[in-house]
Design a protein around this ligand. Structure first.
Ligand SMILES: [Zn+2]
Length: 186
């Protein structure tokens, strides 16, 4: 991208005062992260947002900067600030305890006529995947193997049966936590 192009884009996205518009405008949106500018600080690339703001909305940039500095000087909302500063937290991988316990089942085509059934989420119930794969293989008399971190592929379309089979085998799994993802491409 040439400098000229990016300037044009910035020009088009510019949110400065325009004719025939009644001010104040309630929301202003950031050209970098597309969020209302008040939310930029929660965005992992806040620094780039700030660059954008400085170039395109200098007044708001100054205002946000002053607010930030005041908060810095204040020191009272340290905790709050630390959360904001750790903007990357938005993208942080969830700890295992935080992952909702849910199992997903879906069907995927395998060749022209055959299907496989994909089961994910069993490990959120602390189920041993190898053991589970073996159980499915025996139960449905077909191939079944662990294919990912928390994924089992069963050879054959047994998706609908799983809603009965899984709660029957593992008492702490309710049928309601099993989500039917329908047909998926793999
Ligand atoms: Zn932004």
């Amino acid at each position: 991208m040439t400098n000229e192009t990016s300037t044009n884009v910035a020009e088009r996205l510019k949110l400065g005062p325009r004719e025939n518009v009644n001010y104040p405008i309630v929301m202003k949106y950031c050209g970098h992260c597309t969020m209302p500018i008040e939310y930029c600080e929660y965005y992992p690339e806040y620094d780039k947002c700030k660059d954008w703001l400085e170039r395109n909305l200098p007044d708001d940039f100054e205002r946000l900067k002053i607010e930030e500095e005041q908060a810095d000087a204040d020191g009272t909302d340290d905790d709050k600030k630390r959360q904001k500063r750790g903007g990357k937290g938005l993208l942080r991988v969830k700890k295992k305890e935080d992952v909702p316990k849910r199992i997903c089942v879906s069907r995927a085509a395998r060749g022209k006529k055959k299907s496989v059934t994909v089961v994910t989420g069993l490990s959120t119930f602390d189920i041993d995947l190898k053991m589970a794969a073996k159980f499915f293989g025996t139960k449905f008399a077909c191939g079944s193997s662990v294919t990912g971190d928390d994924e089992i592929v069963i050879q054959g379309d047994v998706k609908d049966e799983l809603f009965d089979v899984i709660p029957e085998k593992w008492a702490d799994i309710d049928e309601d936590v099993i989500k039917d993802l329908g047909d998926q491409k793999r």
